[in-house]
Design a protein around this ligand. Structure first.
Ligand code: DMJ
Length: 437
């Protein structure tokens, strides 16, 4: 079940930015004529938001073409029933179909539920915490405050005049050691499990705090404070240095550290660098160093493999340094996070090593992932003759190729002064005036 066409929509803005006009027209035609928004089945609120709504909004802002705006707004409306919970924290899965049109009668329009695999009906931090950027734009474009209100229940936002206590559930809930666990109950508003990770399940929540502040033209000071406090707790409890001198961010399970970094966590080099730019003098230098060190560790995870592509997770225990130790963690599915950090670090420091490192990735992708119909993930980065997994994830076109392209462009192509990238690399304009909600 779920929506079709993720690759087409995720790729729209990349095609436009790269001036691939014919391909862009073809994709646009698909959106106009074949994109069906009323599909019965499971749709992830998070994925629909970051890939579809993010992709459509960015393409609207780049082109000014109404079709992208109206599809984004229509989809946004369809997500709203997921927020009907006692806390306003949305559930993770929703059915987008129209009631009665389904052969599966148990799927009702607007019905939402939690992922079966998530602890005790909980919602996931990186999912419900990754809505703010897109939802503010939906309110801005529609004139309907409902989207901003839903997102502001999770995170304080510009809707709340200074001095008025915001209802942000996340800013109120007690945090163990200042850290945000990954699972929260949408019914009680309390944490369900104490697993903290800046990689999978947690990642883009932190990203959206600093980017919400940037997108508000630095007005959303509560989001900035939440980011600063979270980063301080991460520095204090999770940032470690390996015996070989590599800085990494560990995971935390109820007070016990797991000395592992997921590929997903490698976006944090870019995020911390972006935040450092705007930090106080004392923090700026420390955070820039931290960002550069993490990015360099992530580069090591690529450089130490035979393919020069990085594994899904790498560890710093039992004598291992930035390498996967489990067979199940040796794969690479065309993920963008490492080149994403290269792009930010390049733009913010202009140290040529980031372009060199990016070029190593381009060569490795050509050598090991290029197949007849496109690019494929590989099952083991530690062999020079890897097997393909026969899958081109939609984020490869949305993110990996876009970030690589931007790494080699002039800084004024989607300047960081004017745009923030959502977590799927879709550029959204910074609000240099005021959001009217
Ligand atoms: C993307 O869909 C997004 O970047 C998301 O935030 C997490 N990871 C994938 C790509 O790895």
């Amino acid at each position: 079940g779920g929506l079709r066409g993720a690759t087409v929509i995720d790729a729209l803005d990349t095609l436009y930015i790269m001036e691939l006009e014919e391909e862009f027209q073809e994709a646009k035609e698909w959106v106009e004529k074949s994109f069906d928004l009323n599909v019965n089945g499971e749709a992830s609120l998070f994925e629909v938001n970051i890939r579809y709504i993010g992709g459509l909004l960015a393409t609207y802002y780049l082109t000014g073409e109404e079709v992208f705006k109206s599809k984004a707004l229509e989809l946004g409306e369809k997500l709203l029933p997921a927020f009907n919970t006692p806390t306003g924290i949305p559930r993770g899965v929703i059915n987008l179909g129209r009631q009665g049109t389904s052969p599966h009668k148990h799927f009702l329009y607007g019905m939402s539920w939690s992922w079966g695999w998530a602890s005790a009906g909980s919602s996931i931090l990186a999912e419900f915490g990754t809505l703010h950027l897109e939802f503010l734009h939906l309110s801005e474009l529609s004139g309907n405050p409902v989207f901003a209100e839903k997102a502001s229940n999770l995170q304080p936002g510009p809707l709340h005049p200074p001095g008025v206590l915001s209802p942000g559930v996340l800013s109120r809930v007690e945090k163990p050691q200042g850290l945000y666990p990954n699972f929260l109950s949408p019914v009680t508003g309390s944490w369900v499990q104490h697993h903290v990770s800046i990689g999978g399940l947690g990642d883009s929540f932190y990203e959206y705090l600093i980017k919400s502040w940037l997108m508000s033209d630095k007005k959303d000071s509560e989001a900035k404070k939440m980011y600063d406090d979270a980063l301080e707790a991460i520095e204090k409890h999770l940032v470690k240095k390996s015996a070989g001198g590599l800085t990494y961010i560990a995971e935390w399970r109820g007070g016990i550290l797991d000395h592992k970094m997921g590929h997903l966590a490698c976006f944090s080099g870019g995020m911390i660098a972006l935040g450092a730019e705007h930090a106080t003098e004392e923090r700026r230098q420390r955070h820039m160093e931290l960002a550069a060190e993490i990015t360099s560790t992530c580069h090591e995870s690529y450089a130490r493999s035979d393919t020069k592509l990085g594994p899904e997770a790498f560890r710093f225990d039992a004598g291992s340094e930035a390498m996967a130790t489990r067979l199940s963690e040796r794969y690479y599915i065309l993920r963008p996070e490492v080149v994403e950090s290269y792009m930010y670090l390049w733009r913010l420091t202009h140290d040529p090593k980031y372009r060199h490192w990016g070029w190593e990735v381009v060569k490795a992708l050509e050598k090991h992932c290029r197949v007849e119909a496109g690019f494929s993930g590989i099952r083991d980065v530690y062999t020079t003759t890897p097997t393909h997994d026969n899958m081109q994830q939609s984020f490869f076109l949305a993110e990996t190729l876009k970030y690589l392209y931007l790494l080699f462009c002039e800084d004024d192509v989607l300047s960081l002064e004017d745009w923030v990238f959502n977590t799927e690399a879709h550029p959204l304009p910074i609000n240099h005036t005021d959001f009217k909600a």
